[in-house]
Design a protein. Structure first.
Length: 96
């Protein structure tokens, strides 16, 4: 899951760079979609027996790997990750 989180962080950072002029809500919505897709792909690869997470009892789940409540939770989390990526990009990369 560490790798999946890193992939999400990099994808969200690139989304923020490309879509910086779009509304924050739209960026958060697309970011949540990115996280959900990565979560689903990771679930199909490493969570086949539901040992890591199990959304089968959650509202509007899909194959027990993703569900609507967590998709909505990813919106503010993706915005925070984009802000963090942007801050790190401005402060760390110019020093290298």
């Amino acid at each position: 899951m560490f790798i999946a989180g890193g992939i999400c962080f990099l994808l969200l950072g690139q989304l923020r760079k490309v879509w910086s002029k779009r509304s924050l809500f739209l960026q958060g919505l697309v970011g949540a979609g990115i996280i959900t897709m990565v979560e689903y792909a990771a679930g199909l690869l490493i969570n086949r027996n539901y040992a890591v997470w199990d959304y089968r009892d959650q509202f509007l789940n899909y194959h027990g790997q993703i569900c609507l409540p967590f998709c909505l939770l990813w919106i503010p989390i993706s915005l925070c990750a984009m802000y963090l990526y942007n801050t790190l990009d401005k402060k760390i990369l110019p020093a290298i």
